[in-house]
Design a binder for this molecule. Structure first.
Ligand SMILES: [Zn+2]
Length: 397
């Protein structure tokens, strides 16, 4: 089969041949194209190449080739456990299927909280086995979730965290989650929220190569319900980063999916806004870079060496050699340096080593700022959002 025939594929949700090309991601190594379904509004990338088993070296990029350092997933364990405890009695003899266990952060927290539970962990990556060796009450199935065949009605709970967006056929996967759940069984599912791309601050490529589906609260909740669930806890509307739903198995999957012209129009408008905002912000990054370089001779520390920092260097032409310190708690576990600057831990700030700390984070700006104030009370704090805002005003003037 040629790659051309794969370009014409039906929508995974409604099954119709209604995919409208919307966007070519920046720096995709897979040649992915983003489409909006004109019928149901689901945003999806094609071609839907199944993920290969080859592993790349740990890398951080602001472009579409990003995704080898999955440091975001462990942060969601607390939210998933809190949601689960609101809807399940964790003291019972529960059987839980953990889809995409990654390094076992959720698995460990669940087994700790649910002392009588059995856990089945599905994870293709052998690093899970390494990090969870000897974990009690656990069966590891080292496979992709699409290749598993569990018996009908064999679990009380299915947990799926930042996995469904990677799958070649997410609707089928959700229907399979319903099939393997017992009557009234619970689904706890978490996925990236496409609402994030509507933000004013976006500079990194959101449509990364590892994600084939890009859900809104509306499209993911409709897909969950159509797969045979009743949603018992909606996503938090204040969270533009994640979509966490809790749903209960309630009946048979729908035979047909209804049209959603309002969602389709909203998705197309969101895609247009994203491309416009991102182009404007990439242009503003040059001014951000000059403002930071002009802080010399002050000693400048930058906290957050991930995708925003990558875009600042690559698109803004920022000279990282002007930094006194580059701090990143999570990336430091995976790599020694970024753009030629050694990565440091937060305690490097303790001994009056910086006059200014630039917080290069959106989601964790408040937490990082609080830690900076505790470790370096005399240091001035500059937030990425403020830098970008000033640069945009400068460009508009
Ligand atoms: Zn569709």
């Amino acid at each position: 089969m040629s790659s051309q025939t794969l370009q014409h594929c039906p929508c995974d949700f409604c099954g119709r041949d209604e995919l409208a090309f919307s966007y070519l991601p920046d720096g995709s190594t897979r040649g992915l194209k983003v489409h909006v379904c004109r019928y149901c509004g689901l945003v999806q990338s094609t071609p839907r190449i199944a993920r290969t088993r080859e592993r790349h070296a740990a890398a951080v990029s602001g472009g579409a080739d990003w995704g080898n350092v999955r440091y975001g997933k462990g942060f969601r364990t607390g939210a998933a456990m809190a949601a689960l405890s609101r809807h399940a009695d964790l003291t019972g003899n529960l059987a839980l299927l953990d889809v995409g266990s990654n390094r076992g952060s959720f698995a460990r927290a669940f087994l700790e909280a649910a002392r009588g539970a059995q856990l089945t962990a599905v994870e293709p990556d052998e690093r899970f086995a390494a990090s969870c060796a000897g974990m009690p009450r656990t069966e590891l199935v080292q496979a992709r979730t699409e290749h598993t065949t569990f018996a009908d009605a064999s679990f009380d709970i299915v947990h799926s965290c930042h996995t469904i967006e990677h799958l070649a056929a997410p609707f089928a996967a959700l229907k399979d989650h319903a099939r393997v759940l017992k009557t009234n069984g619970l689904l706890v599912i978490d996925a990236p929220n496409i609402a994030l791309i509507g933000g004013e601050d976006i500079v990194e490529e959101w449509f990364i190569d590892k994600h084939l589906f890009h859900f809104s609260a509306r499209t993911l909740s409709r897909m969950i319900e159509a797969a045979g669930f009743e949603i018992v806890e909606q996503n938090d509307p204040a969270d533009a980063i994640n979509l966490l739903f809790v749903a209960r198995k309630s009946g048979a999957p729908l035979e047909t999916v209804a049209a959603d012209p309002a969602e389709s129009a909203a998705a197309m408008a969101l895609m247009n806004r994203y491309q416009h905002t991102r182009a404007r912000n990439l242009a503003a990054l040059e001014m951000v870079a000059r403002e930071l370089e002009a802080l010399k001779p002050k000693r400048v520390a930058l906290w957050g060496a991930g995708r925003l920092f990558d875009m600042l260097v690559r698109e803004g032409g920022y000279d990282p050699g002007t930094l006194s310190l580059l701090i990143d708690v999570h990336l430091k576990k995976h790599m020694a340096e970024r753009h030629g600057v050694a990565l440091a831990a937060p305690d490097a700030l303790n001994d009056d080593t910086a006059d200014v700390v630039v917080v290069m984070s959106r989601g964790f700006a408040e937490e990082i700022s609080a830690e900076v104030r505790a470790r370096a009370p005399g240091a001035e704090i500059i937030l990425y959002a403020d830098l970008l805002g000033r640069a945009r005003l400068g460009r508009a003037a």
